[in-house]
Design a protein around this ligand. Sequence first.
Ligand code: PEP
Ligand code: MN
Length: 343
Amino acid sequence: MILPKTNRLTTEQLAEVTAIVMEFGCKIQPIVGAVRTIYAIVGDEREELMINRLEGLAYIDRIDRIQSPFKLMDKRSDLATHRIKLGGVTLGDELLVIAGACTIDPKNPNYFYETAAAVKEAGAQALRGGVWKPRTNPYTFQGDTKSLDILMEASRRTGLPVDTEVMEEAHIPLALDAGVHTLQVGARNALNYSLLRAIGRAIAERDACVLLKRSIHMGPINEFISAAEYIAAFGNPNIILCPRGTAPTLDGYRNHPDESITPLLKEKTWAPVVVDPSHSVGKASYVPAAALAAVAYGADGLCIEAHVSPNHGIGDDPKQALTPDVLAKTIKQAKQIWALRRG
Ligand code: PEP
Ligand code: MN
C-alpha cells in the first residue's frame, strides 16, 4: 500500500509509480477515500528492490505492508479513518437504521409507499425494499424488475436513500442507473466472488455503498472480511458488514443469531457493522430483543424488515416484519442503548 505525502498523487507521479511496479509484474489500484487516496500494489509486493525504489521517491510518505488477507479492510489499513455516510448519518457517529419491506409487491405498490413513509416517521434514515428475491422455493414469487420503479418512487417521496439486493451481475447496472444508493449482497451470494468483483468494479467510480450480508456458510470471521475486500479492491471502500444469523439454526429461530460477532469484527476491521435481526431470529416478536442486543454488542446500525400491514405483505413480511409502532419503539430503545454504550 503506497501512502503519498499529499492527499493524492499527481498524474505524473502516478505514472512514475505505475512504471516502477510494472517492472516487477505488479499493478496499481487507487483506493479513493473521503479525504485521501491510497494506492494498493496489486501483485507480489514483497520485492525489496521495488519497495526501496518507491520509498526513495520524494512524494511518498511510506509503504505499508500489511500482512493480512484483507489489506484494505484491515483495521491497521490507512482506510481506518474512512467514514461512510448514509441517509445523513455518518456511520459510527449516530445509530443508522435501514428499514422497510422484505419484498416489494408490484401489484400493491401502495403498501410500499405507506411503509416507506411509516419507517421514516419511526426514525429510520434509509429504506430497504426487495426488488429481486432469493427464494428457497423456486415456485414462490421471485421478485420483479418493475418493483425498481416503486422503490425509487418511494425514495423520491420520502427523501430516503434506498437499499436493495442485487442477485446477479445484470441487476447491478439496473439498480445503479435507477439511483439505488446501497447494493445489498445477500447471504446466499456473499461467497459469490465473481458477483463481488462485478459490484466492486461497478461502484468504483460512484459514491454508492454495499451492504454485505454474512453468508450462513462463512466460517471464520476472516472469510467475511475477505469477501468485503473483494469489493474494496476495485477502489470504493463504502462497505458495511451485516451479520444476519448463521447456521446451524438455533431451534426455534430462523438462524443462529450472530450479533455477538460484532466486537470480533470491530477488532479486525474498520468497516461499520449494521446487524440484521430480522433474518437472524425470523419472527417479528423476537426481532426487538435481537435488535437491542446488537446495539449493546457495538453495532453501528440495524437493518430491520417492517411493513404497515405485515399480513398483507409477501416474502418474509408476514412473519418477520415489524409494524411501524413496534419499529418506532425499537429504534427509540436502540438509541438509548447506543447512548448508554457511549457512556
Ligand atoms: C433479505 O434481506 O430480504 C434477504 C433475503 O436477506 P438474506 O440474504 O440475509 O437472507
Ligand atoms: Mn427478507
